[in-house]
Design a binder for this molecule. Structure first.
Ligand SMILES: Nc1nc2c(c(=O)[nH]1)N[C@H]1C(S)=C(S)[C@@H](COP(=O)(O)O)O[C@H]1N2
Ligand SMILES: [Mo]
Length: 199
């Protein structure tokens, strides 16, 4: 049996097989916001999951902080072509938040303080793929990066990782969000380079 390691087939480009097509690496952490940074006092902050049956599950900041956090280290990919490897976060897994949620919905519409929205299939939020992240690189998540808390769903282009996340509406029918309505791809898989509608 021939064992041929990647190195024998030529030097991989920078980032190697962790860099999706068309992306380049950055070391800094760019800020991309479609509007001003909303400021939400923690005693007024809440996160909600609204089901298709009209039920709402809510967490105050205190309640969210009382849940166990995970510390994912993940690569993130912005549709404007920067990628950042090995970003380290702390956050509550969506699997945990969905534990007591009864739903048969297939779609999720994420909504944020400030009005931003983004949509994705519910299954992309589950099975260890998404978090409500509240720390970055060992520090509280900075307001410009979505603090106090943002969605982190690193396997899709980073516009799906809604900053200042406020809730998730579960829907039987898909409903495009802010960038999806503006011509960006409905799903946004960086490995299939799904940047724009029709990709
Ligand atoms: N609420 C909100 N979330 C958002 C955005 C935004 O404008 N508003 N921009 C998205 C885009 S396009 C990207 S690339 C990332 C940028 O996150 P960062 O500013 O922390 O790099 O946030 C995403 N989440
Ligand atoms: Mo982006």
């Amino acid at each position: 049996m021939a064992i041929v390691s990647r190195g024998f087939r030529g030097r991989p480009r920078e980032g190697g097989d962790r860099l999706p097509p068309g992306q380049y690496l950055v070391e800094d952490f760019p800020v991309l916001s479609a509007g001003p940074t909303p400021r939400i006092p923690l005693d007024q902050w809440e996160f909600a999951i609204d089901t298709e049956f009209g039920q709402t599950h809510r967490w105050s900041w205190q309640e969210l902080m009382a849940l166990p956090s995970q510390t994912p280290t993940v690569d993130i990919h912005c549709v404007t072509k920067w990628s950042k490897l090995d970003t380290s976060w702390a956050g509550v897994s969506l699997d945990m938040l969905f534990e007591d949620v009864e739903t048969a919905a297939e779609y999720a519409l994420i909504y944020s303080y400030g009005g931003y929205t983004t949509n994705l299939p519910l299954e992309d939020l589950l099975d260890g793929q998404a978090w409500i992240a509240h720390r970055f690189d060992g520090e509280e998540l900075a307001p410009v990066h979505g603090g106090p808390a943002r969605l982190l769903v690193p396997h899709l282009y980073f516009w799906k990782s809604a900053k200042w996340v406020r809730g998730i509406r579960l829907l039987n029918d898909d409903s495009p969000g802010f960038w999806e309505t503006a011509g960006y791809n409905n799903y946004g898989d960086p490995w299939r380079e799904q940047r724009y509608e029709g990709d």
